[in-house]
Design a protein around this ligand. Structure first.
Ligand code: SF4
Length: 371
């Protein structure tokens, strides 16, 4: 919570015009009292309220293109595609289900229509998001909808197959390693969707995962990862982890480091556990002192940097397809916007798909030449 309030303060200092939206928006009074200058505060998933606030403070330009398809808050060549809202899990560190409720999947026909409209409007990359992408359709018992006249189940595999026919990059986020995730890996190997899987593992110690009430257990995760790589050697696996969860011992943290070493994940985010107001984990005993949490985070990230640097170095000499975000900067299949590294080069225009010969790498980014 404090981190979010600090981020609002930083944004106010930098730009002076700030609209707060998302989960934190439900803490209206706290935000208003801490930062009276914010222009508006909206709850999660309330695009109309955000846009109203934006239009109140900035004149609304007439643009027949955005007026027709709704406002996209991302650059025009990529777009987030939200396939469901809410979550059936109850991870003890998370308050999303208490704010957004249980999983509600959008009908597959509606999702596909939106995706098609976006691609027709020039979007080159669709980023599939939700709270739990692999659970898509569970709430509607995988109901059949019609996609271009074809009966299609409201289910992740079928969605990926349909999205893969649109000719845009398709990138999957927030996929839990349920068994049926294995079904989408061949689609990645065949080049229908990007060979990229964002799987939030959060920890590797079975005891900590139980305390977290995570939907998937640590058992067999390494085996699954090996299986995915055997089917699709190009796959980029991204994950996030929490260190310093209440009760985490040094031995359990070491277990996490050993997992990381073994799993050789491509991209990793790591958070030092911080209690969220209203989360069940706050009641757990044996909070880890802040200094130890930070120290563990630093050790974790040092190991990941080493893994990442080696993985990126192995790409030197290869030619990668890159989607240009702005002149000089783009992303390959291994890089999601905002959270992963980038590929840097001279030239290019936003929205172009170009080949880049990789000449150099550091721990996070690649550097090369447009072909
Ligand atoms: S962290 Fe757990 S409870 Fe929260 S949205 Fe993700 S799966 Fe659901």
């Amino acid at each position: 919570m404090q981190e979010s309030l600090d981020a609002i303060g930083e944004a106010l200092d930098e730009n002076g015009k700030v609209v707060v939206t998302g989960c934190l928006g439900v803490k209206h009074d706290l935000i208003k009292s801490t930062h009276p200058k914010v222009l508006a505060i909206t709850g999660p998933h309330d695009t109309p309220a955000v846009m109203n606030a934006v239009h109140q403070h900035l004149p609304k330009p007439h643009d027949p293109y955005t007026d027709l398809i709704g406002v996209k808050l991302t650059p025009p060549h990529y777009a987030y595609l939200k396939i469901s809202e809410g979550c059936n899990h109850r991870c003890t560190f998370c308050i999303i289900p208490s704010m957004r409720g249980d999983l509600v999947s959008r009908p597959i026909a509606e999702v596909m229509q939106e995706a098609e409209n976006l691609v027709k409007a020039g979007v080159k990359e669709l980023l599939v998001i939700s709270q739990d992408t692999s659970a898509y359709g569970v709430d509607v018992k995988y109901r059949i909808g019609f996609v271009r006249g074809r009966p299609t189940k409201t289910r992740m595999t079928e969605l990926c197959r349909s999205l893969g026919e649109l000719g845009a990059w398709v990138r999957l986020h927030y996929v839990y390693p349920y068994p049926h995730v294995d079904e989408v890996i061949p689609l990645m190997a065949e080049g229908r969707i990007l060979p990229y899987l964002d799987v939030p593992f959060q920890h590797a110690s079975p005891r900590i995962l139980r305390l977290m009430k995570r939907p998937a257990s640590a058992e067999k995760v390494l085996e699954r990862i090996r299986g995915w790589r055997a089917v699709c050697p190009e796959i980029t696996i991204r994950s996030t982890f929490i260190v310093g969860f209440p009760g985490e011992t040094e031995a359990e943290f070491s277990q996490l480091l050993a997992f990381l070493e073994e799993a050789q994940l491509d991209r990793v985010g790591c958070f030092a556990y911080s209690p969220v107001e209203g989360a069940a984990a706050n009641a757990l005993p044996d909070a880890v002192p802040q200094a130890i949490k930070e120290e563990r985070r630093a050790r974790f990230m040092a190991l990941q940097e080493r893994i990442s640097a080696a993985k990126l170095k192995a790409k030197i000499g290869r030619t990668l397809k890159v989607l240009v975000d702005e002149p000089g900067v783009g992303r390959s299949s291994a890089d999601a916007p905002e959270i992963d590294g980038v590929v840097k080069f001279r030239g290019g225009k936003a929205g172009e798909l170009r080949d880049v010969l990789i000449e150099r790498a550091d721990a996070h980014d690649l550097f090369g030449r447009l072909q």
